[in-house]
Design a protein around this ligand. Sequence first.
Ligand code: GAR
Length: 201
Amino acid sequence: MTPLRLAILISGRGTNMEAILRAAEADDYPARPVLVLSNRPEAQGLETAANAGLSAVSVDHKAYGKDRESFERALQSVLIEHQIEMVVLAGFMRILTPWFVSQWTGRMINIHPSLLPKYPGLHTHQRALDSGDAEAGCSVHWVTEGVDEGGVIAQARVSVLANDTADTLADRVLGEEHKLYPKAVALAAEQIRSKKKPLSV
Ligand code: GAR
């Protein structure tokens, strides 16, 4: 079967994006990254993507002020132009409107640095430490209207250590993200391609 044409949306350094690009080099990977799109022109990941031979495009959200939907309409035209079939959010730090989400329902996934449903939103590692959790981790989920609320596709766990700070915990979780996300992208892509069972969005 033909691999799905994949767009990866980023806002910063793009290490999860890199992990997906590496995995997608395998002949049997069910998705082919063709576009990396950032809402920040200075995002480090854009350069990495361009060096890897992908289209690397920025749509600066600041140019649209508070008008989220016109920013997203600009994103959507780039996605359409590149004939994108699946969208992967990898450290994309903009909240999406119901309009954009509805364009990609069942075809858009996100990685979040907590064991959802715990700690949607920001500062996940500090919140895990403040709660005295024994475990932390990351989740890959379908994107729905509610922020970080869609069906979970896969999770990875790490133990919280006695001397952990938010930074040391974030580093350890990030290492797991890099292993988990490429596998979860493949799972979701297979599910989208096969259309055999209803999507667990
Ligand atoms: C990752 O830890 C990802 O889980 C998180 O941002 C980081 C991006 O790192 N995403 C969120 O917090 C989304 N709410 P990266 O740019 O190196 O992949």
